[in-house]
Design a binder for this molecule. Structure first.
Ligand SMILES: CC(=O)SCCNC(=O)CCNC(=O)[C@H](O)C(C)(C)COP(=O)(O)OP(=O)(O)OC[C@H]1O[C@@H](n2cnc3c(N)ncnc32)[C@H](O)[C@@H]1OP(=O)(O)O
Ligand SMILES: N[C@@H](CCO)C(=O)O
Length: 392
């Protein structure tokens, strides 16, 4: 059967009925009931995930890619019509070569892109809303371990991610060191810092203080907390870029033919940078659930690989047999390069931080990830040059 490049044809139901999974098409796995790190239990967690390439006979070529805060499982286009967020990096012949590797990406539990989250229905058909449990990075890892079991993957060749995805990749290696051979942590740290928690708190407050938030139970209402989510995104997006980039790109320029900004007054037009942030906000509001934003932001705030261990050093000592590559964006003002250097210094084996050079800051892990191609080729994907996906 030839694969039509049509996302409508390969919806979840159709994909499930096929005897193979088309690349880059959302599939779902029912993982059963799950008790979260906090002790709360949900009766059923579904994971939405996508795959690319073919798992080889000894399941030694599986790569897990973990998405960032508002990312999703659609890493690469594959057979769908939608571009992926790492299309230049993942695909046939690319750095993460889907002709050789079987790539898997799962939507994080608590999100809104195919896995169970606050907008999902409870057994009575009511959205979980405010009753959705506090979720941690460890929870996402433990649930993804169930997906790995289901796919027949005893150990990942590589787990890889940027930002919150980097936190997830690192937590994978700490939680299941025997199941991870290589771990690539990009623009992420061993624990969320006070400043990262502070930026995040301003965002969660913006959502919770939106009058339409209704304590998180707004799904049946006409209005939803779009304004709060939009403000959260504006705050976040500023931290994803740099002062220099914004200055060079927008300066003090007015937006298009709106009223001039030079004459002070409340009826002024917008500065270009305001219009840019408004656009980033409305784009996220159009594709993301405010409760999921809260749940995932809280998960990232709680990120601390030392939890459950005596210290960060003790947690990282578990990685003695894991090949870890740490990378940072040189201009990142959210996940400071110093944090990556500290993480690398605390690893049980020597690790030189690899740098992405970009003027734009944190988002460089999305826009300039291909800069890691050589380093990954030398330090991760050539370790077993004979690895091949099985034919067919
Ligand atoms: C891991 C993940 O997050 S996966 C999901 C993908 N990521 C996201 O969606 C996160 C949100 N987006 C981003 O973080 C960034 O857009 C990136 C990193 C993906 C891309 O960065 P860049 O290529 O530098 O794009 P940039 O930040 O400049 O945004 C471009 C957008 O701003 C718009 N824009 C630029 N100037 C203005 C302006 N003055 N007024 C209004 N809009 C403007 C552009 O029209 C463009 O709109 P579009 O995205 O709807 O096409
Ligand atoms: N733009 C990225 C940055 C956060 O890591 C996101 O929204 O997920």
């Amino acid at each position: 059967m030839s694969v039509e490049t049509n996302v409508v044809l390969y919806d979840a139901e159709t994909a499930a009925a096929l005897d193979y999974a088309p690349d880059g098409i959302l599939q779902h796995l029912k993982t059963g009931s799950y008790t979260f790190e906090t002790g709360a239990t949900l009766p059923e967690i579904v994971l939405g995930y996508e795959t690319w390439g073919t798992l080889n006979a000894d399941a030694s070529n599986a790569v897990l890619i973990a998405h960032a805060l508002t990312g999703d499982s659609h890493v690469a286009r594959g057979a769908s019509t939608e571009p992926g967020w790492w299309d230049g990096f993942v695909g046939p012949g690319k750095t993460v070569d889907t002709d050789k590797y079987f790539v898997v990406a799962a939507n994080m539990v608590g999100g809104c892109s195919g896995s169970t989250g606050p907008a999902s229905l409870d057994p009575d058909g009511v959205p979980w809303g405010s009753r959705f449990p506090f979720t941690t990075i460890k929870d996402s890892v433990r649930l993804e371990a169930r997906l790995a079991d289901e796919l027949g993957i005893a150990a990942w060749h590589t787990v890889l991610g940027g930002s919150m995805g980097g936190a997830r990749a690192l937590e994978w290696a700490v939680e299941f060191p025997e199941r991870v051979r290589n771990c690539v942590v990009v623009a992420a740290s061993a624990e969320s810092s006070a400043e990262q928690i502070a930026f995040a708190q301003a965002q969660t407050a913006a959502i919770k203080l939106d009058p339409e938030f209704a304590g998180g139970d707004y799904y049946a209402n006409e209005l939803i907390p779009s304004a709060g989510l939009g403000i959260a995104r504006r705050i976040a997006h500023i931290t994803y870029r740099t002062a220099t980039e914004l200055d060079v790109r927008f300066g003090r320029m007015p937006q298009g033919d709106e009223l001039p900004v030079s004459s002070p007054g409340l009826d002024r037009g917008r500065y270009q940078v305001e219009s840019y942030l408004d656009h980033q906000a409305s784009k996220l509001v159009g594709r993301f659930d405010a409760n999921s934003y809260l749940v995932l932001t809280e998960a990232l705030m709680s990120h601390d690989i030392a939890r459950g261990h005596e210290s960060i050093e003790a947690a990282l000592a578990r990685l003695a047999e894991v090949n870890v590559l740490v990378a940072a964006v040189d201009s990142d003002r959210l996940y400071w390069p110093e944090q990556s250097e500290r993480l690398a210094a605390l690893l049980p084996n020597p690790c030189k931080v690899q740098y992405i050079t970009s003027p734009i800051g944190h988002d460089g892990f999305l826009t300039d990830i291909e800069q890691l191609g050589d380093a990954l080729g030398e330090r991760v994907f050539v370790r077993e040059p004979d690895i091949q996906a099985d034919a067919g």
